[in-house]
Ligand binder design. Structure first.
Ligand code: NAD
Ligand code: IPM
Ligand code: MN
Length: 357
């Protein structure tokens, strides 16, 4: 077996700080675990503009395409706000180029996490947002801007809806057999179309219950009773907004990882949050989102659920002992949290050692 190739895109502001944390954890959890890999870092986002004059340099895209998985930290920020091609443009382009149409954003509040949640949860919260990622108003044309008006277009084809809906139903089959389609079907033509197409896909998954929620009400329900959700399926922009809201009920945006995948080719793993320019350079960014993105990669791209479980248990251990960054009310630095996670990984290895005879 040839070593797995992982392309790492540290990006901007806190991006490199949390990428370093994620890669240290990857190294620790894979040590002596029969997992050979190489990680190569490439400039992307603002760093791409600075290094190569483009947010998605050719070499970066070629490396991403040729690798087994892509790890991205975060891009963007005030330094490049006026750029002709912004860091965010690069992000949309790499998603499109790798055909990453399904973005999986899990929100789970583990028992040790509950004390950080700003809401009361009588029942366990564990749901997943399946966000369409390569179409909708983010990509629709025409897109125009004159002195008098601006225009964005929300457009979806049946096949774009079908393929992401299938991802949601497959996931629900493995979870609690419940899909909620979030839309604005009381107003938007695209949403009415989503209901039709998703309704057809649902007939192929008789074990799964499909229900619907308008997006405004869904935003309320995520606060009022998040335990009611299993899989939320939604279009690109609604998924962007609801996933930041969902993240905050764990206590911080800095805890949530994501996977973006398509039919073939490498998947991309990244925190759902951005480059947090307001806290960059202080060494206090929460690394959990990046560390858990590494765990998602190990499970989904490399079939190493065992290593992912070790990471997630170590994160929970760090939370249980309140070794957390200021966004979760702690006083630990990114490095201290990462050290705690690594130490816990190493201790769990020692306890797995069989007794000598
Ligand atoms: P943001 O997600 O970067 O930050 C929002 C708030 O959450 C800030 O107060 C920040 O300090 C905090 N936060 C985020 N991640 C954190 C972490 N790991 N630890 C502790 N606190 C954390 O959103 P923003 O400020 O609106 O955007 C900043 C830049 O990031 C923009 O250029 C935006 O376009 C970009 N962005 C990039 C991505 C990405 O790379 N995928 C995602 C979202 C936003
Ligand atoms: C995200 C981000 C991006 C998005 C931006 C930076 C283009 O907010 O990954 O959630 O809107 O998809
Ligand atoms: Mn977002």
């Amino acid at each position: 077996q040839k070593p797995y190739q992982i392309t790492a895109l540290p990006g901007d502001y806190i991006g490199p700080e949390i990428m370093a944390a994620g890669l240290r954890v990857l190294r620790a959890v894979t040590a002596d675990q029969n997992f050979d890999y190489t990680v190569t870092e490439y400039p992307f986002g603002g760093a791409g503009i600075d290094a190569a004059g483009d947010p998605l340099p050719k070499e970066t895209l070629a490396a991403a395409k040729a690798s087994d998985a892509v790890l991205l930290a975060a891009i963007g920020g005030p330094k490049w706000d006026g750029a002709a091609r912004t860091p965010e443009t690069g992000l949309l382009e790499i998603r499109k180029a790798l055909n990453l149409f399904a973005n999986i954003r899990p929100t789970a509040i583990s028992p040790v996490m509950q004390r950080y949640s700003p809401i009361k949860n009588e029942d366990p919260v564990d749901f997943v947002i399946v966000r369409e990622l390569t179409s909708g108003i983010y990509f629709g044309t025409p897109r125009e801007r004159t002195a008098d008006y601006a225009l964005d277009t929300m457009r979806y084809t049946a096949s774009e809806i079908e393929r992401v809906a299938r991802v949601a139903f497959e996931m629900a089959n493995r979870r609690h057999q419940h899909v909620t389609l979030v839309d604005k079907a009381n107003v938007l033509a695209t949403s009415k179309f989503w209901r039709e197409v998703v309704g057809r896909v649902a007939t192929q998954y008789p074990a799964v219950t499909l229900d619907y929620s308008y997006v405004d009400a869904a935003a309320m329900k995520i606060i009022a009773n998040p335990a009611q959700f299993d899989v939320i399926l939604t279009e690109n922009l609604f998924g962007d907004i609801l996933s930041d809201e969902a993240a905050q009920i764990t206590g911080s945006l800095g805890t949530i990882p994501s996977m973006s995948s398509g039919a073939n080719g490498p998947a991309l793993y990244e925190p759902i949050h951005g480059s947090a320019p307001d806290i960059a350079g202080q060494g206090i960014a929460n690394p959990f989102s990046m560390i858990k993105s590494v765990a998602m990669m190990l499970t989904n791209s490399f079939d190493r659920r065992d290593l992912a479980a070790t990471i997630n248990a170590a994160v929970d251990q760090s939370i249980a002992t309140h070794i957390v960054t200021p966004d979760l009310g702690g006083s630990a630095t990114t490095e201290e949290v990462t050290n705690a996670v690594i130490q816990s990984i190493q201790e769990s290895r020692v306890s797995y050692e069989p007794n000598h005879v």
